[in-house]
Write a protein that binds this ligand. Structure first.
Ligand code: ZN
Length: 182
C-alpha cells in the first residue's frame, strides 16, 4: 500500500515540476505525458515489482529539465530513486552533440535498471517522432535521431526483452513515418 502512495506522490511532483513544459512535437503535448509513458513502460517490463524504478521514471527529467535539486529527490523519494535519476541525467554544461556522444560511450556501464529506464525513454521519444515530430525537424534530422537512439540502445546491451521489442516497434514506426507510401 505504501508503494502506491509513493508512486502517486512522484506522479504528482512530476506534473507540478514540469507544469509549463511541452514536448517538442507539433502536438505540444504536456511533458507529463512523456513521463507517464516511460513509467508505464518500465512498470509493464518489471511486472509492477520495482516501484523505485517506476518513481525514477516519473522523475527522470526533473534534474535535467527543471533543475530540481538532487538532494530534494533523495530526501523525498530515497537514495535508490535519486541514484537512478542521476544515472540517466545528462551533464547540461556540455554541448548537446557531446552529451549525445557520451550517452553512447557511457551506456555499457549503466546499471540494468538505469538501462531499462533509458530504453523506455528512447521508446517514448521515437513514438513521438512518428506521431508528432517537431515542426522544425527535417526528415534527415528525424532519421538521424532514430539512428542515434538505436546506437544508444545497442550500447546498453541486453536489458529486458519486452522493452527491447517495444523499442524496435517504435523505431520501425518512426522510420515508416517518413517513408514514401507505396
Ligand atoms: Zn525523457
Amino acid at each position: 500500500m505504501e508503494q502506491w502512495i509513493r508512486v502517486l506522490k512522484a506522479a504528482d511532483a512530476a506534473a507540478r515540476w514540469h507544469v509549463d513544459q511541452r514536448r517538442d512535437g507539433h502536438a505540444q503535448e504536456p511533458y507529463v505525458n512523456h513521463l507517464l509513458e516511460v513509467a508505464s513502460l518500465v512498470t509493464e517490463a518489471t511486472d509492477g515489482k520495482d516501484p523505485d524504478l517506476v518513481i525514477a521514471a516519473l522523475l527522470h527529467d526533473a534534474i535535467e529539465d527543471q533543475e530540481v535539486p538532487f538532494e530534494m529527490i533523495e530526501r523525498e523519494f530515497g537514495s535508490d530513486v535519486a541514484a537512478l535519476v542521476r544515472e540517466v541525467t545528462d551533464d547540461k554544461s556540455l554541448e548537446k552533440s557531446e552529451r549525445k556522444r557520451l550517452q553512447i560511450v557511457n551506456a555499457p556501464s549503466k546499471s540494468r535498471r538505469a538501462a531499462m529506464l533509458k530504453i523506455a525513454d528512447k521508446t517514448s521519444n521515437l513514438r513521438a517522432v512518428a506521431r508528432s515530430p517537431a515542426r522544425d525537424w527535417s526528415v534527415r534530422r528525424r532519421l538521424d535521431y532514430v539512428d542515434w537512439a538505436k546506437s544508444v540502445v545497442a550500447a546498453l546491451g541486453e536489458t529486458n526483452s519486452g522493452l527491447e521489442a517495444r523499442f524496435r516497434e517504435a523505431a520501425e514506426a518512426a522510420e515508416a513515418s517518413v517513408r514514401p507510401l507505396v
